[in-house]
Write a protein that binds this ligand. Structure first.
Ligand code: CP
Length: 329
């Protein structure tokens, strides 16, 4: 596959053919992720899991995905715990860590930093999120989830009516997702945010130029009734100049059972890249939705394992030989 030996730094590196191939491999990972089968295909390989910005699911699912393929994981968490805090350059850090690893997953608060790091790396680098810029593996697992959720309703991606909701200015997951969706044609996409937190024009233009029907709005009523997938996002407090500024937008677009019943299609699917801000003043996705079948947020996080296993297998070129390394359960 084209991914073999390559960095994954941006969704710009991804084509429709590659998505189709990758998702077939991701589906083939289900028995390994579900422990019905065991493979040791990456035995002896090391993942350098370098997270210089907070993370729960991306960091742990990268590590778990690598372990499920039989590999070992070495981690760094937090800028202050690394030699970057002593002034070491990303280039030098990459030269060093790539001598210890077969592949590196990295997150960093600065846009463009993972690309800069990759220039010094002797092994493939996967972008686990670089500041407000991109989060390509999240976009892939989001698209995988969208396709799976539509398939559960006997629909395809061509039936998609997607509403992206919340902080569309700072949310790197929605920036990457828009770029992936621009590979398709004739979808319905609603972009709903406070006016000050609107989707950057370059992504709106990308969607419009792809031939999608794009609506931009500022109220829930403009975004919910027509959507079969609703993708809620958090106010990205860490990207604002102050907490006070972020507070202006907290709780702006709450979703709860009552709002869902009032405005949404009865089988509308709710996604969120997580974490959801469950403090009272924000509460963008209320716990009273937890038991609803349309809430796909934990199917989404489970899918992160499948997609990241598939990425490791394809980048390290073992996707066709996994079965040769199966062990009995
Ligand atoms: N979705 C996501 O990137 O979550 P984490 O910040 O917990 O990795």
């Amino acid at each position: 596959m084209k991914l073999k030996g390559q960095h994954l730094l941006s969704v710009k590196d991804i084509s429709l053919d590659l998505i189709d191939e990758l998702f077939i491999v991701a589906e083939s990972m289900r028995p390994y992720a579900g422990r019905q089968k065991v493979t040791r295909v990456l035995e002896g390989a090391v993942l350098g899991n370098m997270f210089f910005e907070p993370s729960t699911r991306t960091r742990v699912s990268f590590g778990s995905a690598f372990n499920l393929l039989g590999g070992e994981v070495r981690e760094t968490t937090g800028l202050s715990n690394s030699a970057l805090a002593k002034g070491e350059s990303l280039y030098d850090t990459a030269q060093v860590l790539s001598g210890y690893s077969d592949i590196i997953a990295m997150r960093h608060p600065k846009a463009g930093s993972v690309k800069e790091f990759s220039l010094g790396s002797r092994v493939p680098v996967i972008n686990g999120g670089d500041g407000p810029n991109e989060h390509p593996t999240q976009a892939l697992l989001d698209l995988f989830t969208i396709k799976n959720e539509l398939a559960r309703q006997n629909k395809s991606i061509q039936n998609l009516s997607l509403t992206l909701l919340g902080d569309l200015k700072h949310g790197r997951t929605v920036h990457s997702l828009c770029q992936l969706l621009a590979l398709y044609r004739n979808l319905k996409i609603q972009l709903i945010s406070p006016a000050e937190l609107a989707m950057p024009t370059k992504y709106v233009d990308l969607l419009v130029n792809a031939g999608h029907q794009v609506e931009v709005g500022t109220t829930l009523e403009q975004g919910l009734p027509q959507a079969n997938i609703i993708y809620q996002t958090r106010i990205q407090e860490e990207r604002f100049s102050s907490q006070q500024e972020a507070n202006l937008y907290r709780g702006y677009f709450r979703l709860n059972k009552q709002i869902y019943a009032q405005h949404c299609q009865p089988d509308a699917v709710i996604m969120h890249p997580l974490p959801r801000d469950s403090r009272n003043e924000a509460n963008e996705l209320d716990n009273d939705l937890n038991a609803m079948p349309g809430l796909a947020i934990f199917r989404q996080t489970d899918n992160g394992i499948l997609v990241r296993m598939a990425l490791f297998a394809c980048i390290l070129g073992v996707e066709d030989i996994i079965q040769n390394y199966e062990q009995t359960v």
